[in-house]
Design a protein around this ligand. Structure first.
Ligand code: SF4
Ligand code: SF4
Length: 412
């Protein structure tokens, strides 16, 4: 049977310098050009372990597709190949199903946050090697249950920060807003949606039954599982009337934009997905449009790590930078810090390559940076765990979400 052929690649090599995996490994088969070549070959054994390893080694960041002037969409070709294999063994199959269930997801996420594989380093700060299971067994670290969740008691989190927001901070015309918390922020960093909701005003709609955006399953080509979790969200927001769906995660926002593509055009599910995808707004775009400039006080200087989904999928790379310039003035240091190596689930499945990619971020941090802000939950998790395990400057840098530069933390 013939294989799908993408004949747009002219092998110019422009994608090599932007692919984080190729830059870490420096092997042609790991480059977008090399992967494109392998996918074009009709006689290759798709069960060959080297082929499987190569197709797994992709963050789905989109840098190659964005830079290619010939129109080759290598990222989609790789996802299509994963799709043909159902879920492509990136994570165990049941994990995708469990992500749609918040209680189970809470345990999984806390486990991931505690695993050395999530940071690319073991608990002593040495680079993690091998599988997530091997790292878990090696560490012998017990997994703590989750005690906190924004969605379980949003009012308490919003109230905690509401007094810190001057009414004059908001423009009067903030339309009716709903909040999509995203599973990582809900369970691991619940203050972030709490602060965003406090800034947006106390009439924010927060449906408790919302679930994961579906990106982990979608990236693995497991569309069936992505649809399952999206359906839970369509149900959670059903019948709610709002103009903005606010999220603090650029990756969730980019996935919500894709929701309609997973349903038959014109179907009831498709219409509901379109309703949400047309309203989704990542926090920095929201703050630029609906909040007045805030005089934020910071110690030292803050830099920004640009999540791949913010840069390549949302096409809103300028928004967080403009917001930080507006709020921090000279306290913002403009340096180009890109991929952190997390890539949704990539950091868990290939901590070795992910660790090398994170090293690139660490090499850009100078003594004058005291804070590194980001707008993606996966990046936040990766940077927090990776930098705290690093030696030298990385360990001194506080990692935070963009909203944390606008509202300080409050003790319970
Ligand atoms: S995928 Fe595009 S950028 Fe990469 S080598 Fe082929 S033509 Fe060049
Ligand atoms: S999507 Fe990103 S990681 Fe994957 S091949 Fe393209 S540039 Fe490399």
């Amino acid at each position: 049977m013939s294989q799908p052929v993408d004949d747009k690649c002219v092998r110019c090599g422009a994608c090599l310098s932007v692919c984080p995996v190729y830059k870490a490994e420096l092997k042609e088969r790991f480059s977008p050009r090399g992967k494109n070549y392998l996918l074009k070959k009709s006689r290759i054994d798709k069960k060959n372990p080297l082929f499987v390893e190569t197709i797994k080694a992709c963050l789905q960041c989109g840098a190659c597709t964005a830079v290619c002037s010939s129109g080759a969409d290598v990222r989609s070709l790789i996802r299509d190949e994963r799709k043909r294999h159902g879920f492509f063994r990136i994570l165990p199959k049941p994990v995708y199903s469990l992500l749609a269930r918040r209680n189970v997801a809470s345990f999984l996420l806390k486990a991931a946050a505690n695993l050395p594989a999530a940071s690319g380093y073991d608990l002593e700060g040495r680079r993690a090697e091998g599988s997530i299971l091997k790292n878990l067994l090696h560490s012998g670290k017990s997994l703590k249950p989750v005690a906190r969740s924004f969605l379980s008691s949003p009012e308490s989190f919003i109230l905690r920060f509401a007094d810190l927001v001057e009414p004059s901070a908001r423009r009067k015309d903030i339309p009716r807003t709903a909040l999509f918390a995203g599973c990582v922020q809900d369970l691991l960093f619940p203050e972030i949606p709490g602060k965003m909701a406090a800034l947006a005003g106390n009439s924010v709609i927060v449906p408790e039954s919302q679930a994961c955006c579906g990106l982990p399953a979608f990236s693995a080509g497991a569309d069936h599982y992505a649809r399952k979790t999206i359906l839970r969200n369509l149900d959670a927001f059903k019948g709610r009337d709002f103009e903005i769906l606010l999220t603090g995660c650029a990756s969730c926002a980019s996935m919500i934009r894709k929701w309609p593509t997973l349903f038959q055009e014109g179907s009831d599910h498709w219409h509901k997905a379109v309703y949400l995808s047309e309203r989704v707004m990542e926090f920095s775009s929201f703050a630029l449009k609906f909040l007045h400039p805030l005089n934020c006080i910071t110690e030292g200087r803050t830099a920004f790590q640009m999540p791949c989904h913010q840069r390549f999928d949302l096409g809103r790379a300028a928004d967080p930078v403009s917001l930080l310039e507006r709020n921090l003035g000279d306290g913002f240091l403009h340096i180009d810090i890109g991929c952190c190596g997390q890539g949704g689930i990539f950091g868990f499945s290939r901590p070795d390559i992910s660790g090398l990619i994170l090293d690139d971020v660490l090499s850009l941090l100078g003594h004058d940076i005291s804070c590194l802000a980001t707008t993606c939950s996966g990046c936040l998790l990766r940077l927090k765990t990776g930098l705290s395990a690093a030696n030298g400057i990385g360990r001194q840098v506080r990692v935070c979400h963009l909203v944390d530069t606008m509202i300080p933390d409050v003790q319970d």
